[in-house]
Design a protein around this ligand. Structure first.
Ligand code: BGC
Length: 737
């Protein structure tokens, strides 16, 4: 089922993006045609050819057993040999959702870094994510990669998850629409994109063995729905299964997830690749895995001789092996790679691509607080004290396999030490345009000073002498490690409190990959969440500070007031285990359960609404330099119409949010639709949203089921500030996917 969605978004950037010529992304019809071609090719394959496409290596000098890479392999995440006799190219894979990964600079190149997934999602703008995807996909292709390991869409089950920055949001509709758009953009380059990590990969602690407990209904109405919508919208040709277990079985060895949900119920025709080092046995093939990635990281390269032997001996395995090949070939044919493969060495226009990264960050920055309209700053401010956060170097980026650095590499690197094969992943990178440089460019006549903030008295002295103090506060997060809590590290809270006490015009700019506590919030008049800002992060921040850009970002996740408000006040296992990048168990028999049935499908703001908890900043929150009104809501069946108006004096974008608030008189909150609308001063526009019935339904043994009765909806400024509810009657309905 497809969501119809009237999108009024991204108008301003489309002109810019049209310069980036790319083919259309494969549609469902293209995939069906490719599947038929693939079936014919499988018939032409010799037995010894059938285990070539089923496994790959990680062509990097990393890990305990680095493999010998073939001459045409490009250093990156993965390489799967092709079948020249049948015109099938090798698959060359690179991470990830934020751009072509840096892999420690081993290729001696760089790429355009999109802002973090959270920043992208804070735009609530699918058209913008499609442009971002098209841009990073074009760079992957130009470097010779034909598979981008992108499409990270795990819901924010725990905002302390070390990979929250890579993912999009806590809501299945928002995440699904956005990831689908990003994938469409990537695949429009004639390359394959993944959607990952399937599924319920909600924490990094013990990621390879944490066992997620969740019922079928709870999963289908939340995390799986995000994947389902993303697959419908984006037609990704590959799904990467996750490290964790789900109800006892590894996600890559999970008949329920892979065979039943993905391939049978959703009728998806692409191939499932494993996450790196996530394959415990050969039986994963029977349970739905099609390709063993980075196979040297697993206990054995299962999907070669062992698989061939099984297929020879057992017709069931022979049929499965044919299906595995057919699925990989479908992906190759649907993207036309057999005729038009990616070749390394194509020219990349980094200046043009940087404009895309800039626009994403401009739309992703969230103005959290702005007392007495302290922002935007006047360009003729006389003296500005910039403090902390390596603002003289660049903006922070997230760590792990998605680490992306622009050409020239990071501007500042903070090594965190350690040894072992994954130690290279543990260093913080500041990259791109430095906020200090961009602030100086905006306030040309001002005296702009910089202090790194390590000596509080020195920072306070500068703040006292200045008209305005801008503090950059950073918190690094990374794959392979969750956050202990929500505090800002390294005494930054004390620095902010002291500077705010010294100068009443203090602005805090946060660069974080997760929500943070703000014990100083009452003392600070203006706060901006700039996330990890990507290649042009500094420019975007300065543009918002000085009002060239009117901020329009809205939080895609809840910022909790206290950890105790969360379904799991501590991350399961966090305090008991040493950090292990791969998330292996400390001893072979260590068990770790995470009970997702506590909140069930009520992830994030839905849990807060259910419990009557108030967030520090709610899902959907974000301020503007103008004011808006959204009213006149009318709901007829699954169609909602209303008007949005810019009631202020300058142009801006409003993110309209439609929430289900009650079902049959029983309170129940769910985001039912959204639209980012650009409005000139005084302008009003009508908006119509079509509601996906799955948002209103329960998953039952018979499939989706809507109870007949009254459904109430309201427009929300955010998830906590809702307008008057409007009721509509819906007839009972039950249907299968
Ligand atoms: C990550 C994946 C990534 C893969 C290849 C894994 O550790 O979980 O997201 O695509 O490595 O680098």
């Amino acid at each position: 089922m497809k969501i119809q969605f009237q999108c009024l978004t991204g108008v301003a950037i489309l002109a810019m993006g049209s310069a980036m010529a790319h083919a259309a992304a494969p549609t469902a019809a293209d995939v069906a045609a490719a599947d038929a071609r693939a079936a014919a090719t499988v018939k032409a394959m010799r037995p010894e050819e059938k285990t070539i496409l089923t496994h790959g290596i990680m062509p990097l000098p990393l890990g305990p057993n680095p493999p010998k890479a073939p001459a045409d392999a490009i250093p990156g995440a993965g390489y799967i040999a092709g079948l020249p006799r049948l015109g099938i190219p090798a698959l060359k894979e690179t991470d990830a959702s934020l751009g072509v990964a840096y892999v420690g600079g081993i290729r001696k190149d760089g790429s355009t870094a999109l802002p973090s997934g959270l920043a992208q999602a804070a735009s609530w703008n699918p058209a913008l994510l499609e442009q971002g995807g098209a841009m990073i996909g074009s760079e992957a292709r130009a470097k010779g990669f034909n598979v981008l390991l992108a499409g990270g869409v795990n819901l924010t089950r725990d905002p302390r998850n070390g990979r929250t920055f890579e993912y999009l949001s806590e809501d299945p509709l928002l995440s699904g629409m956005l990831v689908g758009a990003a994938i469409r953009g990537i695949q429009s380059n004639g390359i394959i994109s993944t959607i990952k990590h399937f599924a319920l990969n909600g924490q990094e602690t013990g990621r390879k063995f944490v066992d997620i407990q969740i019922t079928d209904a709870n999963a289908r109405e939340s995390d799986l729905l995000a994947f389902q919508i993303g697959i419908e919208q984006g037609q990704p040709l590959s799904v990467m299964c996750a490290y964790n277990r789900v109800n006892g079985a590894n996600a890559c060895d999970n008949d329920y997830l892979l065979n039943m949900v993905l391939k049978k119920d959703w009728r998806w025709k692409g191939f499932v690749m494993s996450d790196w080092g996530a394959v415990p046995t050969l039986d994963t093939a029977i349970h739905g895995l099609d390709q063993q990635s980075g196979a040297e990281l697993d206990p054995k390269v299962f999907f070669t001789d062992d698989l061939a032997a099984k297929a020879k001996a057992d017709p069931k395995w022979a049929a499965r092996l044919d299906d595995m090949n057919r699925r990989v070939l479908t992906a190759i044919y649907a993207t036309n790679l057999d005729k038009n493969d990616a070749r390394p060495g194509a020219k990349i226009d980094f200046a043009k691509n940087g404009e895309v990264a800039l626009e994403v960050e401009k739309q992703g920055i969230v103005l959290l607080k702005n007392n007495a309209d302290l922002l935007p700053l006047a360009k003729n401010a006389k003296r500005i004290a910039v403090i902390g956060g390596y603002a003289n170097s660049g903006v922070l980026s997230g760590g792990g396999s998605s680490q992306t650095d622009p050409v020239g590499g990071p501007k500042a690197t903070i090594p965190l030490g350690g040894d072992g094969p994954w130690a290279a992943f543990f260093s913080q990178h500041y990259h791109g345009v430095a906020p200090l440089t961009a602030i100086k460019a905006q306030a040309k006549d001002a005296n702009v000073t910089y202090r790194d903030g390590t000596i509080i008295a020195d920072a306070v002295d500068q703040a006292k002498k200045a008209d305005v103090a801008i503090i950059f506060a950073t918190k690094w997060s990374t794959e392979g490690q969750d956050q202990a809590d929500f505090s800002l590290p390294n005494g930054q809270d004390a620095l902010i409190a002291a500077v705010a006490a010294a100068n009443p015009h203090t602005i805090v700019v946060l660069e974080t990959g997760n929500p943070v506590d703000m014990p100083w919030l009452d003392k600070v008049p203006a706060v901006i969440e700039a996330w990890y800002g990507g290649s042009r992060g500094g420019d975007a921040i300065a543009s918002v500070l000085f009002g060239e850009t009117n901020p329009s970002g809205r939080l895609p996740i809840t910022f909790p007031a206290r950890a105790a408000q969360l379904p799991r006040p501590v991350v399961d296992g966090y305090w008991d285990m040493e950090t292990d990048f791969m998330g292996n168990p400390p001893t072979p028999d260590t068990k770790l359960l995470a009970n997702y049935n506590i909140e069930g499908s009520d992830v994030g703001y839905r849990w807060f609404a259910r419990k009557g908890e108030k967030a520090l900043f709610p899902f959907g929150h974000g301020l503007s330099y103008t004011s808006f009104a959204a009213d006149g809501l009318s709901v007829k069946g699954l169609s909602a119409s209303f008007t949005v108006k810019n009631t202020g004096a300058r142009a801006g974008a409003y993110v309209a949010q439609l929430y289900l608030t009650a079902r049959g008189g029983e309170a129940r909150q769910r985001l039912a639709g959204f639209a980012r609308v650009e409005l000139k001063a005084g302008e009003a526009k009508p908006v119509t949203l079509t509601i996906d019935p799955r948002i209103l339904a329960d998953w039952t043994a018979k499939g989706w089921s809507i109870k007949g009765g009254t459904y109430s909806f309201a427009l929300g400024q955010d998830a906590e500030h809702l307008g008057a509810p409007v009721a509509t009657k819906l007839a009972a309905k039950t249907w299968k996917d």
